[in-house]
Design a protein around this ligand. Structure first.
Ligand code: NAP
Length: 298
């Protein structure tokens, strides 16, 4: 198989964008409103600002109304809570996203708990997370990056059922939810983390590898079983003097090393990242339909 055939190109989402755009156009004929997404950004982190810019750009492209609130780094928790409450009560806002991480003086859990589960497009509220983890329950929203990983696997023709999936990372926003999504797709899952004794040994058995730990090029080529599928969630900036900006972005997987044995692999950048954004837009439209009592379009 050629290098090109192995790469799962996350940027090839034109068809998904078109499908969603068409759905929004049809929705407009049913209800004279547009879906609305509120993004709350606290502080001046360059990476968070870049993510918010990308989300806004995609929202505008899809004619989703974007409500944006930029708050200073020293904003009080009460002020931030008030912003969340105002968006909870605003009927034009169908989805609320608080860009993480938040400054240290703000309790992330308190803020995420304050988002109405009906508008929790990131799926991080305890009720949505709890329902995601339980068999037979339907969360209102599923976290966007994990949802995007499943979409990439399915759109690449990967059959998940019965496969052994090894997830490296157990964070609430990526590792944990993706593990449950894979379990619900009938994979057998192994979750690795910083206390796992021999991660290489676990990965060597995997049909599907999900790398989500935030360590540059951590997963090595000789860990990969022949034919395994690799989804690299990591985004790490490593110094690179040959680049104008002085760094380059790499994933949690040694891409060139792993390409040899992998049957499919996502690149960084251009793999999971673009999928995360389109899933956020899809979730906003799902929220819009649910909040306006639209179950089916036609
Ligand atoms: P996180 O909250 O820091 O969690 C990292 C997880 O990896 C933890 O469970 C930690 O284990 C584990 N871990 C860290 N170092 C390890 C090591 N050396 N060996 C084994 N396990 C290790 O990170 P995150 O928010 O999940 O993000 C993970 C990566 O995904 C980051 O690079 C982030 O930038 C990227 N990301 C990308 C997107 C996207 O859209 N593409 C979205 C979100 C995140 P413990 O639990 O034991 O501490």
């Amino acid at each position: 198989m050629s290098r090109k055939d192995k790469i799962i190109d996350g940027k090839k989402i034109a068809s998904e964008i078109q499908e969603l755009y068409s759905e929004i156009q049809v929705l407009k004929t049913v209800i004279p409103k547009k879906p609305g997404l509120a993004v709350i950004l606290v502080g001046n982190r360059k990476d968070s600002q870049a993510y918010v810019r990308m989300k806004k750009k995609m929202a505008r492209r899809l004619e989703i109304v974007d409500f944006e609130k930029n708050l200073p780094e020293n904003v009080s928790q009460e002020e931030l809570l008030q912003v969340v409450k105002d968006y909870n009560n605003n009927p034009d806002v169908n989805g609320i996203l608080v860009q993480l991480p938040l400054p240290k003086h703000i309790d992330e859990e308190t803020i995420l708990n304050a988002i109405s589960p009906e508008k929790d497009v990131d799926g991080f509220s305890p009720i949505n997370m709890g329902n995601l983890c339980m068999k037979g329950r339907e969360p209102l929203f599923v976290p966007c990056t994990p949802k995007g990983c499943i979409e990439l696997l399915k759109r690449s023709g990967v059959n998940i059922s019965g496969k052994k999936a090894v997830i490296v990372g157990r964070s609430n926003i990526v590792g944990l939810p993706i593990s449950f999504l894979l379990l619900h797709e009938n994979a057998t899952i192994t979750i690795c983390h910083s206390r796992t004794k021999d991660i290489a040994k676990e990965v060597k058995d995997a049909d599907i590898v999900i790398a989500a730990l935030g360590a540059p090029e951590f997963v090595k080529g000789d860990w990969i079983k022949k034919g395994a599928v690799i989804i690299d969630v990591g985004i790490n900036a490593v110094p690179d003097k040959t680049k104008k900006r002085g760094y380059r972005l790499v994933g949690d997987v040694d891409f060139d090393g792993c390409l040899k044995n992998a049957s499919k692999i996502t690149p960084v950048p251009g793999g999971v990242g673009p999928q995360t954004i389109i899933q956020l837009m899809k979730s906003t439209v799902e929220g819009f339909k649910r909040q306006n009592g639209i179950k089916k379009l036609l």
